[in-house]
Design a protein around this ligand. Structure first.
Ligand code: HEM
Length: 176
């Protein structure tokens, strides 16, 4: 997994659980307590999954709640580190539609990268069905990120799961 995801997870864990608990999660994942994450340093998927699991265990929050918080931290992290993308998209809908090319671009120099893929279907009533495709099966992160995109753009998004990997999204305009 690309190092930026781990760096953001570290940022979130330090802010939300504090250093002792983050170090506990590192230890439970077989990593030294002083491990530091870096955006340019990819981490094996198996290590990422262990860390995610242990952050859930140590924080006492379930995966859904961790994914929800991760989404919010990720949008702040990405706006800082990948700000160019944020200048290209004016709203939640165009931002989500841009995600296939964003993921391709940011992982293009990463050997053996397997970024998630997304598919879209525009509905007659203005809804957008977004499909998530990744062997990693990180649907909870994906759902948390959709909601975080709405928050980032100050929009009300109505979401309904059509199946485990397809979300129907209605964009209901700016929040007052
Ligand atoms: C500018 C914004 C974003 C950037 C720069 C970005 C970049 C990345 C990068 C570098 C990875 C790691 C990929 C890998 O190592 O294979 C990743 C993973 C992921 N991204 Fe994004 N991302 C952004 C926004 C989003 C949004 C809005 C969503 C969902 C709506 C999303 C969904 C995911 C998911 C679910 C993963 C986990 C990996 C997987 O499922 O295989 N990302 N992203």
């Amino acid at each position: 997994m690309h190092g930026s995801i781990l760096t953001c997870m570290e940022e979130m864990a330090l802010a939300e659980m504090g250093q002792p608990k983050w170090q506990q999660a590192l230890g439970l994942s077989g990593l030294p307590a002083k491990t530091k994450m870096f955006p340019h340093k990819a981490v094996e998927d198996a290590v990422f999954f262990k860390l995610l699991d242990n952050v859930c265990q140590v924080s006492g929050l379930g995966l859904e709640a961790v994914a929800e918080r991760f989404g919010q931290y990720w949008m702040r992290f990405a706006a800082k580190h990948y700000f160019a993308f944020f200048m290209s998209y004016r709203d939640a809908r165009s931002f989500l539609l841009g995600m296939p090319s964003v993921h391709k671009l940011v992982t293009q120099r990463m050997p053996g990268a397997t970024p998630p893929r997304f598919s879209f279907e525009e509905r007659a009533d203005g809804g957008l069905a977004m499909g998530y495709h990744s062997e990693r099966g990180l649907q909870p992160l994906w759902k948390g990120l959709i909601r975080a995109v709405g928050q980032h753009f100050g929009e009300r998004l109505e979401t309904r799961e059509l199946d485990a990997s397809t979300m129907l999204i209605h964009f209901r305009g700016k929040l007052a």
